[in-house]
Design a protein around this ligand. Structure first.
Ligand code: SF4
Ligand code: SF4
Length: 402
């Protein structure tokens, strides 16, 4: 079922247990998705349910407490977009087209491995795409409210999480036990805390690790089969960094420090991140869903109702699909101070209206309230505008050096 070359790479990266001590702690993460495929195959043989997810609103603790494994399916490559455009409008966000293209061509092994898809009604494009995807794979759609602060919104989302619980219980033929849910919440909180600790390596006064290097680690959190083992790998990396800095970090301190915000990205759609760092900047902080947005907030473990605690935590996700989305602006202000940012780059995938419109508020925040330079980039997954974007980014970085 899975690509044999991927499996060979993965075996090399995971290696037998006796080589654990000598493993390069970064290498684990560079090949994480390939390793994940092998582990998923074993899980499927053991009849474990695989649930594909597309968004950080998906409460992974609940999925795990049902005995299923969540795996990230967000499309980050351009290749499947042409097939998607046979059905979807071309004037649609590339992330949605890529995700659907993988589904309709069945060319993503993670989609193939998934027994079911769990989606959410975030933006209009995604929720309508899910209607079509439901013809390809069994799909459970969670309905999201569009506000984060009202009591009614919380009650609505709480009810949706309970509806997901019932769906998962039917799917896996087991009742979700509250003590198992509490254990999964604790485990995911510890992973989030380890990520927070890892990202402190880019705090001022330390030689920063560039965003391209950090990307594989950040992305790996969507491909976790065994969270306990993952936490060990993550902590091994943090401990290695505490002992000695990463070699690429040696002269990073003189570079303009960039905060990258906006829509999610990953390997395959990292064009803007790569251009910033090729032009001499260093992305010390990513606020998007690939980065801090997915790990900054913990689930309250003291809440006597763990389902309500999940509802509260996930509803606070500062996504542009929410209105108002003041939490994002507050977080950006905090991150600019915490990481001593020189300039903000706001990435919007073309046709993503929510992030494109919200960019005006981010620009106002950066230039008028915080007083640092701001650059907005709207692009897609194609390399056709790379030259033009490179020129704009170089000019922006020059501005920061002066
Ligand atoms: S940007 Fe919003 S809709 Fe997209 S993955 Fe993040 S939380 Fe989900
Ligand atoms: S980037 Fe924007 S349009 Fe694309 S899926 Fe996310 S919220 Fe929707």
């Amino acid at each position: 079922m899975f690509d044999i070359n991927v499996r060979a790479d993965a075996l090399e990266s995971r290696g037998p247990s006796k080589t654990v001590a000598s493993r390069d702690p970064w290498k684990q993460f560079d090949k994480f998705s390939a390793s994940c495929l092998i582990e998923l195959e074993a899980a499927k043989e053991a009849a474990t349910i695989i649930a594909g997810i597309y968004c950080i609103f998906a409460p992974t603790e609940l999925i795990r407490a049902a005995g299923a494994i969540p795996v990230g399916l967000c499309g980050k490559q351009e290749a499947p977009i042409a097939a998607a455009e046979q059905i979807l409008p071309s004037a649609l966000c590339p992330l949605i087209k890529s995700s659907y293209g993988y589904a309709v061509t069945n060319t993503c092994p993670f989609f193939d491995a998934s027994d079911v898809v769990i989606g959410e009604t975030t933006c209009d494009g995604k929720k309508k795409m899910f209607e079509l995807m439901a013809d390809i794979k069994p799909l459970h759609l969670m309905h999201l409210p569009y506000a984060t602060t009202s009591r009614a919104a919380l009650e609505f989302w709480y009810a949706e999480i309970l509806r997901l619980k019932r769906f998962l219980e039917r799917l896996t033929h087991q009742t979700i036990q509250m003590d198992e849910l509490a254990r999964q919440i604790n485990l995911q909180n510890r992973i989030r805390l380890s990520f927070q600790r890892l990202l402190q390596v880019n705090h001022p006064g330390r030689n920063p690790i560039n965003g391209m290097r950090m990307l594989s680690v950040l992305e790996s959190k969507g491909f976790v089969v065994d969270p306990e083992k993952y936490l060990e790998d993550l902590d091994a990396l943090i401990n290695a960094l505490d002992r000695s800095p990463h070699p690429d970090a040696s002269n990073g301190s003189a570079k303009p420090r960039i905060l990258l915000t906006g829509t999610p990205l990953g390997r395959g759609s990292e064009k803007v991140l790569q251009l910033i760092e090729d032009a001499g900047g260093v992305v010390v902080c990513m606020e998007n869903c690939t980065g801090i947005k997915s790990i900054f907030n913990l689930v309250d473990e003291t809440d006597p109702d763990p389902i309500r605690a999940l509802a509260k935590r996930y509803l606070k996700t500062p996504c542009a699909c929410m209105t108002p989305n003041t939490e994002r602006l507050e977080m950006l202000s905090r991150l600019v101070r915490e990481y001593q940012i020189d300039g903000i780059v706001d990435l919007t995938w073309q046709c993503c209206h929510a992030y494109h419109i919200e960019s005006t508020s981010v620009e106002k925040l950066a230039e008028q309230q915080i007083g640092i330079p701001f650059l907005h980039i709207a692009t897609d997954y194609s390399p056709s505008d790379t030259g033009q974007l490179g020129v704009r980014i170089e000019a922006f970085l020059e501005l920061l050096k002066n």
